[in-house]
Design a binder for this molecule. Structure first.
Ligand code: G16
Ligand code: MG
Length: 210
């Protein structure tokens, strides 16, 4: 029986990938190269710093450490302009209902996200109080596929990994859950997330299943 559930944020609870995309594209436009939605797939679940490195690689641009830090900050400022506008309507289908169902069953809930803006976003969409623990990019040093974020989540919930389940939309996140020894449900496409123990289209399928 499951005692704890760990949720990724972007792609599982909200679709912030579109705002990350717009903010990175804004930087790419300034540099004068094309940054496509398919390029953006490579940034999902990846830390801000690593995302910038991928974007620079796509554009063939070389920056020193100081410039990289400045550009990462500029991207984040732009991203914040989008997420400041977020509200409950941006929750993905079934997300809130499923969290409420789990709470009714006494399952403890943690967030396991790479984002440094995770707590802010949970507040904006009005579900911060549904989480017993929030592990995000401000708390971990090793990014997914390292298991650190999910192991820290289990620890904060006071549960063993084998009593928990992870919900993830990114390959790196699924690899992180597997490395942590946690049962993992992939949210998205079977052909991309085949490593997961189970793949579903979205949390609304679990709400329907009851
Ligand atoms: C999310 C996104 C990534 C983003 C990362 C860091 O991860 O999927 O694209 O680069 O957070 O975000 P920030 O710049 O806000 O710190 P997750 O783990 O929630 O899917
Ligand atoms: Mg994700």
């Amino acid at each position: 029986k499951i005692k704890g559930a760990l949720f990724d944020l972007d792609g599982v609870i909200v679709d912030t990938a579109k705002y990350h995309y717009l903010a990175w594209k804004w930087l790419a436009d300034q540099w004068g190269f094309e940054f496509t939605e398919s390029d953006n797939e490579r940034l999902k679940g990846v830390s801000r710093t690593r995302s910038l490195e991928i974007v620079l690689e796509i554009g063939g641009i070389v920056l020193d450490e100081e410039e990289k830090q400045r550009k990462a900050e500029e991207k984040n400022e732009r991203y914040l302009q989008y997420i400041r506008q977020m509200d409950e309507s941006e929750l993905l289908p079934g997300a809130k209902q499923y969290l409420l169902q789990l709470r009714e069953r006494g399952v403890r809930i943690a967030l396991g996200s790479a984002s440094k803006n995770a707590s802010f976003i949970l507040g904006k969409v009005g579900i911060a109080e549904l989480f017993d623990a929030v592990i995000d990019g401000t708390k971990v040093s090793k990014a997914k596929p390292d298991p650190e974020v999910f192991l820290a989540g289990c620890r904060e919930l006071g549960l063993d990994p084998e009593d928990c389940v992870v919900f993830e939309d990114a390959e790196a996140g699924i690899a992180a859950a597997i490395a942590a020894g946690i049962y993992v449900v992939g949210i998205g496409r079977q052909d991309i997330l085949g490593e997961a123990d189970l793949v579903i289209g979205g949390l609304e399928e679990l709400v329907a299943a009851g």
